[in-house]
Design a protein around this ligand. Structure first.
Ligand SMILES: Nc1ncnc2c1ncn2[C@@H]1O[C@H](COP(=O)(O)OP(=O)(O)OP(=O)(O)O)[C@@H](O)[C@H]1O
Ligand SMILES: [Mg+2]
Length: 231
């Protein structure tokens, strides 16, 4: 067995987490505020334009402005959700099963995809790093379901026993060939799957990806019970 310096593993996980937190703050202070300012400008413009428009076209123009304003409101909400999801305290406010249910509810609300969750075991002795890693894996898996799967339903299973904790995310979408997903150095291909693997590996666990053209797709995250030096 390779006597890798275990002390570096949590350091790396923590450094990753700090980067995400900073990204969340940058998102909050930059794009989020800009979208807010843009919405206010648009609202002002609406008033000015409508005041100058003859009654023939006013309703039509008001409708167009209304559309744009609701798109901006939705963009603002999405960016806000994203900024909050990058903040790890929000991931630790609730026990794992409730936090998982919250992420699923969010997906259902945005996409109409049916979601369900099933659990077995006790999840209260997970370390903060373990819970954060599992929820980050879930977020990425759900974002893949949303972007790539065409699924109508997602089912999440959570299992905790004396060996560790397992989380499986199954979607009934069209599936893909996992072996064909190879990270390229040119940075064009996605980093989601690589990131999920890495997060789990840093905590002594691993990721299993089962899919095939035609589906379904199952992403399984496995973490061993916490041991000194790896939490
Ligand atoms: N649930 C899924 N259903 C269908 N295809 C999937 C699913 N999850 C992943 N894939 C496929 O695997 C590829 C790699 O996923 P990965 O998350 O690594 O990258 P990405 O989502 O394309 O980009 P990124 O995550 O960096 O934004 C995807 O482009 C997609 O083709
Ligand atoms: Mg992805």
């Amino acid at each position: 067995m390779d006597p890798a310096p275990l002390t570096q593993e949590p350091d790396l996980a923590a450094a990753n987490e700090r980067l995400l937190v900073r990204l969340g703050f940058d998102l909050h202070d930059g794009p989020l505020q800009q979208v807010h300012a843009l919405a206010q400008d648009l609202h002002l413009l609406r008033g000015q334009v409508l005041a100058l428009t003859g009654s023939d076209h006013r309703d039509q123009l008001a409708g167009r402005f209304g559309d744009l304003e609701s798109q901006l409101t939705e963009l603002h909400q999405d960016l806000r959700d994203l900024a909050h999801s990058l903040e790890p305290r929000s991931l630790l406010q609730q026990p794992l099963p409730q936090a998982v249910a919250r992420e699923l509810k969010r997906l259902g609300r945005r996409t109409g995809i049916a979601t369900s969750v099933e659990r077995d075991g006790a999840f209260d002795d997970l370390t903060a790093s373990q819970q954060i890693a599992l929820l980050r894996v879930l977020q990425e898996a759900l974002s893949n379901v949303r972007q790539h799967s065409g699924a109508g339903a997602v089912h999440v299973t959570l299992l905790a026993d004396e060996d560790g904790v397992a989380m499986a995310i199954r979607d009934d979408g069209h599936g893909f060939e996992p072996d064909a997903v190879v990270p390229e150095e040119d940075g064009r291909s996605g980093i989601g799957v690589v990131g999920m693997r890495e997060r789990l590996r840093l905590l002594g666990g691993h990721l299993e990806l089962a899919s095939a053209p035609g589906g379904p797709t199952v992403v399984r995250a496995l973490l061993p019970r916490w041991q000194a030096g790896i939490g």
